[in-house]
Design a protein around this ligand. Structure first.
Ligand SMILES: Nc1ncnc2c1ncn2[C@@H]1O[C@H](COP(=O)(O)OP(=O)(O)OP(=O)(O)O)[C@@H](O)[C@H]1O
Ligand SMILES: [Mg+2]
Length: 475
């Protein structure tokens, strides 16, 4: 390289000539000399740039087509253990990622179907266990800790079934039954099943509940548990008691029917003779002895009348359905009863009647009249005598839909809520012995139900009572 004074750089080359002492020197401006090399350099640079850009583009493409689908797939896979089967998968991705996605999606659907099936079956099992009428417990065979309990078991222990879990089953027994319970569980665990005909469970509040227990060992996979099915025996025991009571009552009923029959024959004679005696006494001369005689006869007449009413009522009650029905005017039945009850009512209440236009009803006039008579006498009994102006007994009849309604209301003492649920029970009475037998309302309900009718009551203590009698309209 030769540098000239004007800063021009020259490129010089010297070649020795053969056989002469001369050399040839060629000098060239270096820009001209390197022009082709500079061009090559530029081309190389440009090629490098193009290749770099291509490499970058390729990487981006690979990233977009391979890495992105894998990220989406990973996210979808993470959702599975969390129970989220709905996350998107890149199933349209080409090549391997696409294949992988589709396979994953198919596996995920199969898993979801299997899981749903398991949940449905668990739900069915839970429902059938919960709808059982017996208390069912799953119990650890070694510790006797409760693993699971159904709805009825919760009802029995008066807590939520979940609250029974982890408690020891032996704690459900009263102290004196615990050893028997432990021995039974041990026997079942060894033999595979067993039954305890009767044992008590403790109820909250210190009570006892008799139950029978059928138990078996259930093996599932590698584990096993005891299934204890406890059946409440209290209803059966109550029924057995009631049955024996009913048997006794039916024997008493047969005896009573005989006695009633015996009584119903002489009573009319007694009544007739007393009537005759009353007439004879009326003809006697007035005096203290005559007055005493008259009052004695009056008392005897009232007593025999009452005895006849009781005999008649009991015979109707014992007779059952004789199937006889006819059509009659309910207002006639009311009027007949009012006439008979007049004696009881007149010193106690003002009687108000609102007898509507009611078509004929189904039943027997005398029987329905007996119902009204009992209602009117009951009303009278709940009103103190002496001030009929202040008290009221009202009878209203009307039609409502397919039925005739007759309401008998009074402004008497009313019925206490605990008595209200029992007034239709045979022999329930709040009246002193000799005044009420407690059969009036039981007979009334019986009469009405035999003819397709009914009776209901509303009452407020201190304000009064309303009985509503319903009767079917005759076609
Ligand atoms: N209108 C009423 N007001 C208040 N209590 C009533 C009324 N009607 C009935 N009761 C109550 O219902 C009980 C039962 O009545 P029910 O007619 O069956 O028997 P009783 O009147 O006691 O006796 P029986 O009618 O056999 O002579 C009565 O003892 C009374 O306590
Ligand atoms: Mg009565």
């Amino acid at each position: 390289m030769v540098a000239a004074a004007d800063a021009t750089r020259w490129l010089a080359a010297r070649a020795q000539l053969r056989d002469v002492p001369w050399s040839v020197v060629i000098a060239e401006d270096d820009r001209e000399a390197f022009a082709s090399v500079q061009g090559l350099k530029l081309r190389l640079l440009l090629t490098g740039l193009v290749l770099g850009a291509a490499a970058l583009l390729f990487s981006l493409l690979v990233l977009g087509r391979l890495v992105k689908p894998l990220e989406v797939l990973t996210d979808a896979a993470r959702g599975v253990p969390e129970g989220d089967f709905s996350r998107a998968v890149p199933d349209r991705a080409p090549g391997e990622p696409g294949d992988l996605s589709r396979t994953f999606d198919a596996m995920r659907s199969a898993l979801r179907t299997t899981l749903q099936g398991l949940r449905d079956s668990e739900e069915r099992y839970r429902r059938s266990i919960d709808s059982a009428n017996d208390a069912i417990f799953a119990v650890d065979p070694t510790t006797l800790d409760i693993l699971d309990a159904n709805r009825k078991a919760g009802e029995l222990a008066r807590c939520a079934p979940e609250d029974l879990v982890k408690r020891c089953f032996l704690d459900l027994y009263p102290d004196d039954q615990r050893e028997r319970g432990r021995e039974f569980a041990g026997r079942v665990a060894a033999a595979g099943d067993g039954t305890l005909r009767e044992i008590d469970l403790a109820t909250p509040g210190g009570g006892r509940l008799p139950v029978s227990i059928s138990a078996s060992v259930i093996v599932h996979g590698a584990g096993r548990f005891l299934q204890l099915i406890c059946r409440d025996l209290s209803g059966r025991k109550r029924m057995e008691r009631e049955l024996s009571q009913a048997e006794k009552l039916s024997t008493v009923g047969v005896l009573a029917a005989g006695i009633l029959h015996e009584l119903s024959t002489p009573l009319p004679y007694v009544q007739a003779n007393l009537d005759q005696a009353k007439e004879d006494v009326a003809a006697l001369e007035e005096g203290p002895r005559t007055r005493a005689l008259r009052s004695g006869i009056e008392d005897a007449l009232e007593g025999s009348q009452r005895a006849m009413t009781i005999v008649r009522d009991l015979r109707i009650f014992a007779r059952g359905n004789d199937g006889k029905r006819s059509a009659f005017d309910v207002n006639d039945a009311v009027r007949m009863a009012l006439r008979m009850a007049q004696h009881e009512l007149k010193h106690r209440a003002t009687v108000v009647t609102e007898l509507g236009q009611v078509p004929q009803v189904v039943g027997q006039l005398t029987e329905v009249s007996q119902v009204f008579l009992n209602l009117l006498v009951n009303a009278a009994h709940e009103i103190a005598p002496g001030d009929p102006q202040r008290n009221r007994v009202q009878v209203v009849t009307a039609v409502e839909g397919e039925r005739a309604l007759a309401k008998v209301s009074d402004t008497g003492a009313g019925i206490a809520p605990d008595a209200l649920t029992r007034i239709f029970d045979p022999f329930f009475t709040t009246k002193p012995a000799g005044v009420g037998t407690g059969l009036g309302l039981a007979i009334s309900r019986d009469i009405l139900s035999r003819i397709g009718g009914g009776i209901r009551v509303e009452s407020t203590v201190g304000r009064g009572t309303t009985f509503t009698v319903e009767l079917l309209l005759a076609a």
